[in-house]
Design a protein around this ligand. Structure first.
Ligand code: NAP
Length: 467
């Protein structure tokens, strides 16, 4: 048999997860010239693009245009998409080892972190990720319910996801109608009674995780006034000293914006969006029956410097109670373990070194298994951050191939894998199937002046393609 990675015996790669990281790994493997690669990309959904479809806010269509790059990668003859095929259900790790030389996990971070405070599981307390997947029409969340008859909502955390949630809650039906938000979400949000959204940051304005364009956008909403409290956007001594030492322009600009918000007068707009700092939720308080959230107990924080110089929040003895009828915790995503794949439970990532999956017993790389993206490094950075991350992983894959450190599958040919998948999941989606579905979604949208109207259930997707 010819060497692996040649025309007659190509390197067979399975990528698990069709989000940005999966596509960037594919791209890097295709760009190298040394070896011939035949690559199959799996996703448990019939639709590709992971968080670009189900995470990026519907009013951020420009960010979503990165899918054109993914379409180009997918148009290579040595790329195949197997959508609606779940790793661990339809195909197992043991199966894949029979068909591929290398397997790369790019499944992202599919759940959320918790606050770990009493009352977190009361009704009307939700994770932001659940709300985001709901309004983005992810099949998992289409039946989720959020009580939008509540007038005041707390969003815990001041990252970009918290900002997305606050912005969607504060947008008008007209603003939302221009987006590809799920139809049912558009309807529910159009009837929303929400009058005030409070974003709650546990540290100060200089430590806020959101980025400048995102925070600026909150000041430009059609029917919501944005505000901050002057005393909370003043820099404390430690933050001022840190900024003088490292005058980071992005932080300075964010501070200017937040301070300007504190000087804005309330207008006749019907909603208010308040961004708070140096407060931590310590408890969600329920109604008399102890069933639903009616308020959130906050403690005021002060900052202190750790030995490493990081400014961390510390509780003071000052408390306040904020009446709220709905709470979204937006304190970060978290990775979910995959069956049979070593996992670091503390960090919520696959155990790995530079993208090589590590055996926890020997601390040595597991032959033929790799990872990239959020499930490799944790839920941080923007879509583009996954490019260098994927390049690092793809480089390891090529280095290992060159050393012969790869799996020895019994059936490395493309047709054999296709037969297996057809047998396990006859309703799998190819990339051509997805492109047809995409066309249908766009056409449905165009008819009513929207970018697209998504299919939000797998059954509807199958029916749309005449299955
Ligand atoms: P993030 O940026 O890590 O923000 C998490 C926020 O939660 C931080 O403000 C953090 O505060 C806070 N937090 C964590 N634990 C907390 C606790 N126990 N109590 C109170 N607050 C707590 O995460 P994210 O917003 O989920 O976003 C994930 C990634 O996606 C980020 O890199 C983000 O930039 C990116 N993203 C980008 C866009 C965009 O470009 N438009 C949109 C959405 C998401 P501390 O800082 O004090 O820990």
């Amino acid at each position: 048999m010819a060497n692996v990675g040649t025309g007659v015996n190509p390197l067979r790669v399975a990528i698990i997860g069709a989000g940005p990281s999966g596509f960037y790994v594919a791209d890097h493997l295709f760009r190298q010239r040394e070896f011939v690669v035949e690559l199959d990309m799996f996703d448990r959904l019939p639709t590709p693009f992971g968080l670009v479809r189900a995470g990026v806010a519907p009013d951020h269509q420009k960010i979503k245009s990165v899918t054109k790059v993914f379409d180009r990668i997918a148009s290579r003859p040595n790329f195949r998409f197997y959508g609606n095929v779940e790793f661990g259900t339809h195909v197992t790790l043991a199966d894949l080892r029979n068909y591929y030389h290398q397997i790369c996990y790019t499944t992202g971070a599919q759940t959320d972190r918790r606050m770990g405070i009493p009352g977190e599981d009361l009704r009307r307390s939700h994770s932001a990720t659940e709300f985001v997947t709901w309004y983005n029409g992810h099949p998992d969340c289409r039946h989720c319910q959020f009580d939008l008859s509540q007038e005041r909502v707390a969003v815990v955390g001041v990252g970009n996801v918290a900002v997305d949630v606050a912005r969607i809650l504060s947008s008008t039906p007209d603003e939302l109608a221009k987006t590809d938000i799920a139809d049912y979400a558009l309807e529910a949000l159009s009837c929303s009674q929400v009058k005030e959204v409070c974003l709650l940051g546990r540290r100060g304005p200089a430590q806020a995780a959101f980025t400048t364009p995102e925070i600026k956008e909150l000041g430009e909403l059609a029917d919501a006034d944005v505000t901050t409290l002057p005393e909370e956007v003043e820099l404390d001594d430690l933050s001022r000293a840190a900024l003088e030492h490292n005058p980071d322009q992005a932080t300075i600009r964010k501070l200017e914006i937040l301070q300007e918000y504190s000087t804005r007068r309330t207008t006749s707009k019907s909603r208010k969006l308040t961004i708070r700092f140096l407060v931590s939720p310590v408890e969600l308080i329920g109604d008399e029956a102890g069933q639903v959230v009616v308020s959130i107990r906050l403690v005021r924080n002060e900052l202190y410097a750790t030995e490493a110089g990081t400014l961390r929040p510390r509780h003071t003895d000052q408390f306040e109670e904020l009446p709220v009828g709905l709470v979204f915790r937006s304190v970060g995503y978290r990775g979910v373990p995959l069956p049979g794949v070593p996992f670091n439970d503390n960090w919520g990532v696959i155990l790995n070194e530079d993208g090589r999956v590590i055996n926890p017993g020997t601390q040595q790389p597991v032959v033929g298994e790799y990872t990239a993206g959020w499930i490799k490094r944790g839920p941080s950075g923007v879509i583009g951050t996954n490019k260098p991350d994927a390049a690092e992983t793809a480089t390891c894959m090529i280095e290992d191939l060159a050393k012969g450190f790869i799996l020895k599958p019994k059936q490395p040919d493309v047709a054999a894998a296709e037969r297996l998948i057809r047998e396990r999941q006859p309703n799998y989606f190819t990339y051509a199937d997805w492109l047809r579905l995409d066309e249908l979604e766009v056409a449905r949208g165009q008819a009513v002046g929207r970018p697209r109207i998504k299919f939000t259930s797998v059954d509807d997707m199958l029916v749309a393609l005449g299955r």
